[in-house]
Write a protein that binds this ligand. Structure first.
Ligand code: ADP
Ligand code: MG
Ligand code: ZN
Length: 642
C-alpha cells in the first residue's frame, strides 16, 4: 500500500514537470507575439525618409503639416491633414534657414514642439517589461491551480499535508491516511447566513477571538475551546461554522464524525491526533467536526459497546484538553442529537458552549429565501413574503431547495426569469411531490376527492382562528396525495391554544366527514389526516396537559427533539389505556364538529366541490367568494368573516 502511494507521487511529479515545460513554452510564445504586434504598431506610425525627399515633397505641394522636434532635431510631416495619416520623419538639416520661407510659400502648416516623451516611455516599459512579467506569473498561477485540481486537490482549498505528502516511509505506520482538507478561505461570512441572529451573536465572539487571540490573552480571558451547534438538519449549522472561519479569515478544518469510525481499532484515534497536529500548525484556525454524535455517543456499559468509537472519543477529549488555548484553535461541533452526547464532551473546557440553531421563523424564512433568490434571475415584483408564510416548518436547506426547484422549472418552461408561479409550484413540489401525470383518476374518484378537499376547506373556513385556505387542488402528486388543501397563516404563531388544536383536528376530520355525508361511505383517502389528527390529540393529552382527566402531568417524553421523533410514554400500562381513550374522545369530538359544520353548509359543499372538480385547482379567493356569497342559503359563518 505504501509502495503504491510512492508510485503515485512519481507519477504526479512527472505530470508536474510536463506541465511546467508546456507552461514555459506558452509564456515565451505569448510574450514574443505581444512584442511583435506592439512593435509593428509603433513602427507603422513613423516612416523615415531622407531630407532631400522631404524637400522634394514640399516643392510638389504634397506636404500638409510639419512639426519640428527641437530636442531630437527631427522633422515629422504628414502628406494629409487626416488625424491618422501616415507620419514621415527626417532629420533636420543644420543651418537650413530657407526652410521656413519655403514652407510658407507652399502653404504648409508648421510648428516646433518639445514633445513630452515620458508618456510614451512609460507605455513602452509597460508593454515590454511589466506586462510579460504579469502574464508569466498569471499563467503560472492559473496552471498551478489547474494542476492541483487534476491531481486531486480541491480547487479553492489547500491541502495542508496530512496523508498527501507525509504519509509514506517507515515509522509512519500509525499515521492516518485521511485526507484532511483545510480550506484556506471558506469564502462564507455571516452575511451569507440569514436569520439565526442569536447563533451569529454567540459565534461572533469566537470569530473576534480567532481574529485577534492576543487581545484576549493579554487581559487573561479564556475563549471557549469548543462550541456545539445544535439543531434540526438543514438549518445552517455547517454554513455557520464556515462563516465563523470566513469572518475571522482563518483556515477551516472540517471532518465528519462518521469519517472517524473505521474498521480497524485505533485508526480513528490516529485521525484525531493528526487533525489536531495539523490544526496546531495552522493556528489560529477552526476545527469543525460535523455529526459529532457519531463519535460522541454516551459511553455506556452495554455489551455491544464500540471499542473503536470509545477510543476515538477518548482521544478527542484528550486533544481538547491538550491544546494551547491562547494559540487560537476553536473546535466547533454540529449535531442534531444533543441528548445522546457523552457528558464528558459537554463539560466546561470542552464543548462548553451550546448554540441552538433552530428552524427559521417567518422573518428568517423570508430572509433565507431572499439570499438564495439573489443568486437566480427573478422577475421583478416577486413576493417572497407569501412564500415564507406558506412554508412554516421549512428549514434553510428546504428553502434553498425551493428556490432552486423554481429556477429549474423556469428553465423547463423556456423562460429566463423565475416567476412567482414558479416558486409557488416548487413549494408544492417540496411539500407534496411533483404533479403525477400517470395517475388518471376516474370521474367518480375525482368527485370523491373534490368533496373530500372541499370538506377540509369548509370546516377550516367556518371556524374562528384557523389559517385561511389559500389553495385547493385535486391534481395527484407523486407523494401519493390525490389532492390537498393548503392553508396559509397570515403570521406566525408561537403559542397555540387548546381551542386552536381542537379546530385543527376538526379541519383534518373535514375530509372524511364530507365523504360520509355525501357518499355514505369512507375511503382510504383520509389516512394521512387521521395520522395527523391523532398525533395532535395525543400530544394534547400526554405533553400539554390539556385534559381534565390527567391535568398537568407529563405522560410522555419526546424522543428526539430535532429529528421529529414521536413521544415515548412514561406511564403505567393502565394509564396508557386511559390515554388511548382520551385521544379517541378528542378526535371523535373533532369529527362530530366537522360533520355538524358540513351539514349546515351542505349546499356550499355541493357547489364548491362541483366547481373544484371542473377546475381541478382553485385559489383561496375563489373559494371564499363562493363560500361567503349570500345566495339564500346563508352559510354558517364565524364572527371573523361576518
Ligand atoms: P446543517 O449543517 O444544519 O444540516 P447546512 O449548513 O448544511 O445545514 O445547510 C444546508 C444549506 O441550506 C446551506 O448550504 C444553505 O444553502 C441553506 N441554508 C440553511 N440555513 C440557511 C440560512 N440561515 N441562510 C442561508 N442559507 C441557509
Ligand atoms: Mg451539516
Ligand atoms: Zn384529507
Amino acid at each position: 500500500m505504501e509502495k503504491r502511494r510512492q508510485a503515485g507521487m512519481d507519477n504526479n511529479d512527472k505530470k508536474r514537470r510536463q506541465s511546467m515545460i508546456i507552461y514555459v513554452i506558452i509564456a515565451i510564445a505569448l510574450i514574443f507575439a505581444l512584442n511583435q504586434s506592439m512593435g509593428r504598431y509603433v513602427q507603422r506610425q513613423v516612416q523615415t525618409v531622407s531630407y532631400s525627399d522631404f524637400l522634394e515633397q514640399v516643392e510638389d505641394n504634397k506636404v500638409k503639416e510639419v512639426e519640428l522636434d527641437t530636442s531630437s532635431n527631427k522633422i515629422q510631416f504628414k502628406t494629409s491633414t487626416d488625424e491618422d495619416a501616415q507620419v514621415y520623419e527626417t532629420t533636420a538639416f543644420p543651418n537650413d534657414d530657407g526652410l521656413v520661407d519655403m514652407l510658407r510659400e507652399h502653404n504648409v502648416d508648421f510648428s516646433a514642439e518639445i514633445p513630452d516623451q515620458s508618456n510614451d516611455i512609460w507605455i513602452y516599459m509597460l508593454v515590454s517589461y511589466v506586462l510579460p512579467i504579469v502574464i508569466f506569473f498569471g499563467l503560472g498561477w492559473w496552471l498551478n491551480r489547474r494542476l492541483r485540481k487534476q491531481l486531486g486537490g480541491d480547487d479553492p482549498s489547500m491541502d495542508f499535508g496530512g496523508g498527501g505528502f507525509g504519509g509514506f516511509g517507515a515509522g509512519n505506520l500509525g499515521k492516518s491516511n485521511a485526507k484532511i482538507v483545510g480550506e484556506k478561505e471558506t469564502g462564507v461570512t455571516f452575511k451569507d447566513v440569514a436569520g439565526q441572529d442569536e447563533a451569529k451573536e454567540s459565534l461572533q465572539e469566537i470569530a473576534n477571538f480567532l481574529d485577534n487571540p492576543k487581545k484576549y490573552a493579554d487581559i487573561g480571558a479564556r475563549c471557549p475551546r469548543g462550541a456545539l451547534l445544535v439543531g434540526p438538519p438543514g438549518t445552517g449549522k455547517t454554513l455557520l461554522a464556515k462563516a465563523v472561519a470566513g469572518e475571522a479569515k482563518v483556515p477551516f478544518f472540517s471532518i465528519s464524525g462518521s469519517e472517524f469510525v473505521e474498521m480497524f481499532v485505533g485508526r480513528g484515534a490516529a485521525k484525531v491526533r493528526d487533525l489536531f497536529k495539523q490544526a496546531n500548525e495552522k493556528a489560529p484556525c477552526i476545527v469543525f467536526i460535523d455529526e459529532i454524535d457519531t463519535i460522541g455517543k454516551r459511553r455506556d456499559t452495554s455489551i455491544n459497546s464500540n471499542d473503536e468509537r470509545e477510543q476515538t472519543l477518548n482521544q478527542l477529549l484528550t486533544e481538547m484538553d491538550g491544546f494551547d488555548n491562547n494559540k487560537g484553535i476553536v473546535v466547533l461541533g454540529a449535531t442534531n442529537r444533543p441528548d445522546t452526547l457523552d457528558p464528558a464532551l459537554t463539560r466546561p473546557g470542552r464543548f462548553d458552549r451550546r448554540i441552538p440553531v433552530e428552524l427559521p421563523d417567518l422573518v428568517g424564512r423570508e430572509a433565507i429565501l431572499k439570499i438564495h433568490a439573489d443568486d437566480v434571475k427573478m422577475q421583478p415584483g416577486v413576493d417572497l413574503g407569501v412564500i415564507a408564510r406558506a412554508t412554516p416548518g421549512a428549514s434553510g436547506a428546504d428553502l434553498a431547495n425551493i428556490i432552486n426547484e423554481a429556477a429549474l422549472r423556469a428553465v423547463r418552461m423556456g423562460r429566463n426569469r423565475v416567476t412567482q408561479e414558479d416558486i409557488e409550484e416548487s413549494v408544492e413540489v417540496v411539500i407534496a411531490g411533483e404533479k403525477r401525470k400517470s395517475t388518471v383518476l376516474s370521474d367518480h374518484e375525482k368527485q370523491v376527492v373534490s368533496y373530500h378537499e372541499t370538506g377540509h376547506a369548509i370546516v377550516a373556513a367556518a371556524q374562528k382562528g384557523t389559517a385561511p385556505v389559500s389553495k385547493i387542488t385535486i391534481v395527484p402528486r407523486t407523494s401519493g396525495a390525490l389532492g390537498y388543501t393548503m392553508q396559509v397563516d397570515e403570521d406566525e404563531h408561537y403559542l397555540e391554544t387548546k381551542g386552536d388544536m381542537e379546530n385543527q383536528i376538526a379541519t383534518l376530520c373535514g375530509g372524511r366527514a364530507a365523504e360520509e355525508l355525501i357518499f355514505g361511505e369512507a375511503t382510504n383517502g383520509a389516512s394521512n389526516d387521521i395520522e395527523k389528527a391523532t398525533k395532535i390529540a395525543r400530544a394534547m393529552v400526554t405533553q400539554y396537559g390539556m385534559t381534565e382527566k390527567f391535568g398537568m402531568v407529563q405522560l410522555g417524553q419526546q424522543r428526539n427533539r430535532y429529528l421529529g421523533g414521536g413521544a415515548e410514554l412514561t406511564c403505567s400500562e393502565g394509564t396508557a389505556q386511559q390515554i388511548d381513550a382520551e385521544v379517541q374522545r378528542i378526535v371523535e369530538e373533532g369529527h362530530t364538529k366537522a360533520l355538524d359544520i358540513l351539514r349546515a353548509n351542505r349546499f356550499k359543499l355541493h357547489e364548491i366541490a362541483r366547481y373544484l372538480q371542473k377546475k381541478e385547482t382553485i385559489t383561496g379567493e375563489e373559494f371564499m367568494n363562493i363560500f361567503t356569497r349570500d345566495d339564500g342559503f346563508a352559510p354558517s359563518l364565524p364572527e371573523k368573516q361576518a
